[in-house]
Design a protein around this ligand. Structure first.
Ligand code: NAD
Length: 477
């Protein structure tokens, strides 16, 4: 794969960019490929192609549109191990997780295809005699899908599958950190002969192609997954055209561990949630509130579990639990947050430092005890393998502290007490709550956050309908 040059995919053609972005393996620094940095004209071209294709695409029966998604899913499965290697090399993801991501992506395409025979409108009761009221669901038009680097391959499907199934066309911009997998996906799409202009990929930076897409008058929905700061900038860019937004932003998921919890279950799930993708997951446990009675026991167990984490270069070694952070800025941020927490009185139980493996952006799996709600480490997204823990006296305190956050994506609770779990479900102000299990959503659910974690959501029926608008017809006999 070294020194490969990728091209944009616009109007069913592979198109060179004059400028290119180097993509390197975060575990080794090795140059993997150069990828296109699309010009404003190329972004215009992609949006125009998507616009031109949209009406005839929407006019096809949904089952026909679904057929394309199923064929792409087959291509993804047939190329699964190669695609997983691409994801590992450019993003530092361990092979087992990269394979899960690829297979989940194929399943997701198939799942959205299943909705073809279930796209439903409504017939409403009228106040007038002889009047019929029909509520139709229609596509929005052209979707701009802007992707992050942490689940780069799956996020293509999470945006394109509901968009295409409901009759929209799409222009995708992958993250400049991990664009290769998206251009590899475009090659597979090219093999299924989708009608011209339905699916387009432009490469580039946030300030370049990202900003050109989000400020464009020709886009009907911006479907964005990424950080809160970028989400806010995108809202401002969308404002002049009142472009619709679907924003999946950051998280600071609380995990509540009550005294009656199965502690081994809680430790395994919270550790998995903190180590998966090197802690770079929007919905994974980022802060723990543990009841005082079991705090010492929990801290001992989770520290041993975290210390046993196997980490290194996943492109050289398959049996690892985690790889490097995505880049130097990510590593510096994690290191700075831990230093600040320690300066404010947090105690390092295990880890606490950059891991010197000779190369790559590695950080030691870390547990911090003695944390307090006003510390930055309990309030801001860490996005690394660091678990800060705060002791609480009871469930009410845990819920209050969990809710006291600018984020509201996911939350979890570990308890054997049904009433406590139900009370937490009612009072936790989050988009998702996981009870006695690790944080990992299902494709038939609805992944959405409260507060700064976003606007709208993804997955399932509710996520599908985010890509439609409602048209009501009043017909008098
Ligand atoms: P990011 O915000 O830095 O970048 C995401 C994308 O936005 C990239 O493609 C980038 O090029 C583009 N971008 C940057 N500036 C832009 C601008 N001004 N206009 C248009 N596009 C712009 O995020 P990231 O670092 O790639 O991803 C990590 C973040 O994503 C974390 O905060 C994480 O919580 C969040 N995330 C959320 C979910 C979710 O479902 N809620 C899922 C995955 C990741």
């Amino acid at each position: 794969m070294s020194e490969t040059i990728y091209q944009n995919y616009i109007d069913n053609a592979f198109v060179d960019s004059d400028t290119l972005i180097e993509v390197r393996n975060p575990a080794t620094g090795v140059l993997l490929a150069r990828t296109p940095d699309a010009s404003n004209e190329q972004v215009d071209h992609a949006i125009a192609a998507a616009r031109k294709a949209q009406k005839s695409w929407a006019a096809k029966p949904a089952i026909e549109r679904a057929g394309y998604l199923r064929r792409i899913a087959e291509k993804v499965r047939a190329n699964a191990s190669r695609l997983a290697q691409v994801i590992t090399r450019e993003g530092g993801k361990v092979p087992a997780l990269a394979e899960v991501e690829v297979n989940f992506t194929a399943d997701y395409l198939d799942y959205m295809a299943e909705w073809a025979r279930r796209l439903e409108g409504e017939v409403l009761t009228s106040d007038r005699a002889g009047e019929h009221i029909f509520l139709l669901r229609k596509p929005l038009g052209v979707v701009a899908g802007i992707l992050p680097w942490n689940f780069p391959f799956f996020l293509i499907a999470r945006k394109m599958a509901p968009a295409l199934l409901t009759g929209n066309t799409i222009v995708i911009k992958p993250s400049e950190e991990t664009p290769i997998n998206c251009f590899e996906f475009a090659k597979l799409v090219a093999e299924v002969d989708l009608p011209t202009g339905v699916f387009n990929v432009v490469g580039g930076t946030g300030a370049g192609a990202g900003s050109a897409l989000t400020s464009h008058a020709g886009v009907d929905l911006i479907s964005f997954t990424g950080s809160v700061g970028t989400g806010s900038r995108i809202m401002a860019a969308a404002a002049p055209h009142i472009t619709k937004l679907n924003l999946e932003l950051g998280g600071k998921a609380p995990a509540i561990v009550l005294a009656d919890a199965d502690l081994d279950l809680a430790v395994n799930a919270i550790k998995a949630s903190r180590v998966i993708n090197t802690g770079q997951v929007c919905n994974c446990a980022e802060r723990v509130y543990v009841e005082r009675k079991v705090a010492d026991q929990f801290i001992d167990k989770i520290a041993s579990a975290m210390a046993a984490t196997r980490y290194g270069d996943p492109s050289a070694q398959a049996d690892l639990d985690m790889g490097p952070l995505i880049n130097q800025a990510g590593l510096d941020k994690v290191a700075q947050m831990v230093r600040t927490a320690v300066g404010q009185g947090a105690q390092v139980i295990t880890g606490g430092n950059v891991a010197d493996l000779g190369q790559g952006f590695h950080y030691q799996p870390t547990v911090l005890a003695g944390c307090a709600s006003d510390m930055e480490i309990m309030r801001k997204e860490i996005f690394g393998p660091v678990l800060p823990i705060q002791i609480v006296d009871n469930l009410d305190e845990a819920i209050a502290r969990a809710n006291d956050s600018e984020y509201g994506l996911t939350s979890s609770i570990y308890t054997r007490n049904l009433s406590a779990a139900l009370k937490a479900s009612r009072e936790l102000d989050f988009g998702e709550t996981y009870i006695n299990r690790e944080n990992f959503e299902a494709m038939q659910g609805f992944h959405a956050g409260t507060r700064k974690s976003g606007i709208g959501g993804a997955d399932g029926k509710h996520g599908l309908y985010e890509y439609t608008h409602t048209h009501v017809i009043y017909a008098q006999e």
